[in-house]
Ligand binder design. Structure first.
Ligand code: ZN
Length: 82
């Protein structure tokens, strides 16, 4: 019975220590941001947000995998406006 008590105590201490060493919320946010995938509307590729080339069009932001895709999209926009 005593052994069970010590085992539980050890578990509690373990969880308390793990709680203290857990990364701060700011770090978690940064990781989420890195992992976020955005879609390139030109070639339908998903790219991590931090590696994507972004362009603000009107009040929304569009992401591209490369400069070529960005240019192609902007060309398409111009053509549609005519
Ligand atoms: Zn692309």
């Amino acid at each position: 019975m005593r052994l069970v008590f010590y085992a539980i105590l050890a578990l509690i201490i373990y969880y308390l220590l793990r709680g203290l060493w857990r990364p701060k919320p700011r770090g978690e946010d940064a990781r989420e941001f890195e992992d976020e995938l955005v879609k390139d509307p030109v070639c339908d590729t998903y790219i991590p947000k931090d590696k994507a080339i972004s362009v603000k069009i009107g009040n929304k932001r569009v992401y591209f995998c490369s400069k070529e895709c960005k240019e192609r999209y902007l060309e398409e926009m111009k053509r549609r406006r005519r």
